[in-house]
Write a protein that binds this ligand. Sequence first.
Ligand code: ATP
Length: 373
Amino acid sequence: MAEVRLVDVTKRFGSTVAVDRVSLDIADGEFLVLVGPSGCGKSTLLRLIAGLEDVTEGQVYIGDRVVNDVPPKDRDVAMVFQNYALYPHMTVYDNMAFGLRMRKVPRDEIDRRVRQAAETLGLTNLLKRRPAQLSGGQRQRVALGRAIVRDPKVFLMDEPLSNLDAQLRVQMRTELARLHQRLGTTTIYVTHDQVEAMTLGDRIAVLRDGKLQQVATPQDIYARPANVFVASFIGSPPMNFIRGVVERIDGEVRFAGGGLSCRLKGELAETAGACLSSGDGHRREVLLGVRPEHIHARPAEGSAVPGETHLVATAEVVEPLGAETFVYVTAGAASLTVRVDPRLAVRPGDRLALTLDAEHLHLFDAATEQSLR
Ligand code: ATP
């Protein structure tokens, strides 16, 4: 078994708490993506699992074994870094074989494993080249190959694609997904890139200031973010927030804020209702969250005024991206980002009627910023 288990893991560098009581179970064969802003502790967490840093408190398990005191080379993990760290004077073949030779693996076995990995990664014709004679993408594939030939229990990858240009990144991302499907090796993958996180991860773990914020499938993180931080971090452009109150008026649960006043429906009304006392008059300060893709825009009639179900907004900045257009608007006190159909041909200054998709609204407590769900 190659599950990885972190139990209350803390890492301090002097007074800096880089990782703060993180507990996390990564299943055998799972692809877990670690995301978070710069300095949140992603690389440190990976280095703790690899054994390149010592844990200050807590336990790291690989399989059934606590590995806190096991040196990196005996943990049976392979790490892939963003700077490929290839040996420049060695051929691709020798770069891939090096780790196995150090481990005194028999020659035939090394040859078999290197050729198999080269085949998997499309490197067979490049085995005699040196790193200087390779493109960035090919070098990164050699770095992956070096990890694969070891057939480790766990892959640890620290932004492995971040030195590649946009097109190669996309290509390598697909290759990584295919590789994981084929090998099924437990993988922990650090990235800044949302698309990588959403497309590669069986689950995503979001870190902030060394603390775990939420661990869930990409769909769940997107649809049910645990707090304002996760809601803003996952999704591009980020979720919009409208500050306001929820209150019960004539038995209805309503939101009012940023020029919007609307009745909440379905699950959201139940959630909001549950945190209000049963009588009229009680209110709670909240942030209403809505993603740019869950706001529907149409041209506003000349005399349009905000209504029960819509906002009237003015387009400030228009960003056409081809398949979709993002429009930055002001609507009363609120500034919002809206995804619109490019065929609407919105121009700065245009007035838009915006309808929020009632099925896809989020409510967060204004003070704690935690989801009310
Ligand atoms: P980035 O995305 O920028 O690579 P990260 O999320 O990987 O950031 P870490 O490199 O894990 O962040 O750093 C977490 C915190 O620990 C930071 O505040 C960093 O300054 C600090 N830190 C990391 N390594 C050391 C070290 N060797 N000595 C002291 N502080 C460190």
